[in-house]
Design a protein. Sequence first.
Length: 356
Amino acid sequence: RPHRTELYEDAPSACWPIVYSPDYNITFMGLEKLHPFDAGKWGKVINFLKEEKLIADDLIVQAREASDEDLLVVHTRRYLNKLKWSFVVATITEIPPVAFLPNFVVQRKVLKPLRTQTGGTIMAGKLAVDRGWAINVGGGFHHCSSDKGGGFCAYADITLAIKFLFERVPGVSKATIIDLDAHQGNGHERDFMDDHRVYIMDVYNRYIYPGDGFAKRAIKRKVELEWGTEDTEYLQKVHTHVEGALNELKPDVIVYNAGTDILDGDPLGGLAVSPQGIVKRDEVVFKAARSRRIPILMVTSGGYQKRTARIIADSILNLHNLGLIDKELASGGAGNPKVEQMIRDSAKDLNNLSLQ
């Protein structure tokens, strides 16, 4: 019998299925500036959405921190104990000075934000199934597996969200992960290596971190990109393979890891997709999910430039403007004639794109 968790309590129906907490942001004596990551990007996304009047504080779902008991659904006790050593957290987050801080400070200032984002992903999993879609403005820690963190990822939120759904939500027995961060998602790949309920599609720069050959064996649909891949080729591949993946297996839920580190100029991603290309990519994935009436959970994952937050906000606004996410639609699934017409139109657009 599953343990009791606050993460699965019902969210107010007046809320958008958009999950966030001010606790997501890592702010700490400027230490966060030692990592190329914009450690306040999640709050900036929310501020842009508020400025555009899409949301207000009382209309978003407040993320709650994942408890030890929640984390133990996937993580080993041994791994969670390791995080009590500051130098281990410094290695995982790639912020070396963290090694010299007392661990209670590391827990409060670094790990608590990551645990809250992890709680947010688990909550968003249930919301997606209830409402047809959900977005966690944080999360997407796809380099962390049950017993090993790395690449800024200390908790395996994608694995957790899926395992929670399998254990707690009747009718959810198959999941597809669509991982479009610039890096290979080796954490969830290791966790689901021999689990036939989970279909993994991963599109990434083949030359960068983590280059985890063992984890690649778990990928059902592997798309390895060259340095400097640009919009036309990128969108073409994403469209072809998202359609292919969902035609091959219709899952009960999609977890979409929407990293923005594919952006041109990202110091770690090595790809060259434009801001418009990122917005279009998210649209392609949401259209594929909504037209098939498959619940979709989006997490924001990697993205290491100052302009990233604006692009994520623009993408969410675009999904809303197209009727792909919508408070009313949220409760009724994708059976919305406006959406279905728009999906047919966009299929034509993409066919035209491929003919150019």
